[in-house]
Write a protein that binds this ligand. Sequence first.
Ligand SMILES: [Zn+2]
Length: 216
Amino acid sequence: MRIILLGAPGSGKGTQAARIQQKYNIPHISTGDIFRSNIQRQTEIGMEAKKYMDQGLLVPDELTLRIVESRLMEDDCQIGFMLDGFPRTTVQAEALDKRLNELGKSLNVVISLDVNDDTIIKRITGRQVCKSCGEVFNLYFKNPAEAGKCDKCGGELYTRADDTEETVAKRLKVYGEQTYPLIDFYSKKGNLVKINGEQEEEQVFYDITQTLNSII
Ligand SMILES: [Zn+2]
């Protein structure tokens, strides 16, 4: 099973990715993780990527492709994989297609978790975290019984500094600009399946499994 997972920050993508990995036992490949691991192991590619990241620059497509390709060649990916955070551009998507083609493989499905911007803004700006135990509450969806106090341990709740509407709006804008061409690309190829990410986590996962079960 070779799949791609697309979803904005706050779409619930991380949670769903973990559940997919657990249920279907396929490696979850996040470009962020591979970069970190290559930098940690001080590989040649890792050191090259680090030069860009240290300057706050985006890692060029060519380098990202090389790093993802080398990961896809590893043994555990022979049964399949779930890509997360890659491809980010249509250039990367085309290159991935080409590479898989050369290997006699293809993508099964591209899952897009669709959530309204308003919901995402509420999910993120409403978030309140317990200082003591890390339990997460939300002013719109999961209020604590007593304002500012953790239901579990009585600890003080706080809002993360970058969970502001301004930051979220900026992240959503960047995500949209990058991803719309990609959605269009996969939609034209007939690979795209949209999942309603507004639903409860359980229902979202159920819908995803319905799609994935149909391809195995
Ligand atoms: Zn707590």
